[in-house]
Design a protein. Structure first.
Length: 280
């Protein structure tokens, strides 16, 4: 897609400085820390977005280039940052990310790679960001266990402490009709998701959202693991889900937004130490 001029006075970013360190929330708080300026918050989100693509690459969530993670811009809130199609997740840098409006215009193109917009990414994520103003980030890919579980057309059971994080807080989208290339399909997915943190896309895969890049991506890792766990458990024999009251209580302990920041932090530390070129 052809790059378009900057919108509403948006100024293209200067060369990226060193990484912005994380300020983690206090234990027990629901407050999500934000950076002191719009510019700092934008760079903060972009750095975590680039690191998240590197993590998806490490975990093998990169089949055929399918999949996408987006981060809402803190100033132009009807715009989001996303990867350029055709660049392997393991090579994504901050300067590769591009700013896209909710009508599909590339407002700021990547610095050094072609500005190609994944049509499925736009069709899904533009509608999610429009429907859920509380959502900062959304993550989706064609990861193995998420796809396998999606083929069953079921919600997950609260089999473990980790999977209980999604108890009564994930949805099922049953209307698979091929590759998502139209925003009307994205609208249907957004309606299925509702106010929940995740949705299983039947015959397709999984998708998670959060009030930070960290929460959305951690939830993706956790949901993929929960799918794998239930597939293994059911293959071994009959399972014993938690009672609803226990699952609900556990979800309140491990399923929050602030917890997503804490859970993501070790992954951030490792990938940024081992792959500092992502900040270029």
């Amino acid at each position: 897609m052809t790059a378009f001029p900057s919108a509403r006075g948006f100024t293209p970013a200067a060369p990226h400085p060193a990484k912005i360190e994380t300020v983690l929330p206090e234990f027990g708080t629901r407050e999500i820390p934000r950076q002191p300026t719009v510019e700092a918050e934008r760079l903060y989100r972009k750095q975590r977005l680039a690191a998240s693509y590197r993590l998806f690459g490490r975990y093998g969530f990169d089949m055929g280039g399918a999949g996408h993670i987006t981060a809402r811009d803190p100033e132009l809130t009807d715009h989001f940052w996303v990867n350029p199609f055709g660049v392997h997740f393991s090579r994504i840098k901050v300067s590769d990310l591009m700013l896209v409006s909710h009508d599909g215009r590339i407002v700021e193109p990547p610095a050094k790679v072609p500005a190609r917009l994944n049509r499925a990414a736009f069709a899904i994520h533009s509608q999610l960001h429009e429907a859920r103003l509380d959502v900062v980030a959304a993550a989706h890919s064609h990861s193995l266990y998420g796809k396998a579980w999606s083929a069953l057309g079921r919600l997950l059971d609260p089999l473990t402490q980790d999977s209980a994080a999604f108890y009564d807080d994930h949805a099922l989208f049953e209307e698979f009709s091929g590759v998502v290339l139209d925003t009307s399909e994205g609208q249907k997915i957004a309606r299925a998701l509702g106010a929940k943190k995740a949705v299983i896309l039947q015959n397709h895969g999984i998708l998670t959202v959060g009030q930070s890049v960290e929460a959305a991506v951690w939830r993706y890792l956790a949901l993929e693991n929960a799918c794998q766990t239930q597939l293994l458990a059911e293959a071994a024999g009959p399972t014993k889900p938690m009672p609803p009251e226990v699952a609900r209580h556990t979800a309140s302990q491990v399923g929050g937004e602030a917890g997503g920041l804490w859970a993501f932090q070790p992954y951030w530390d490792v990938v940024t130490e081992e792959e500092p070129d992502l900040f270029d």
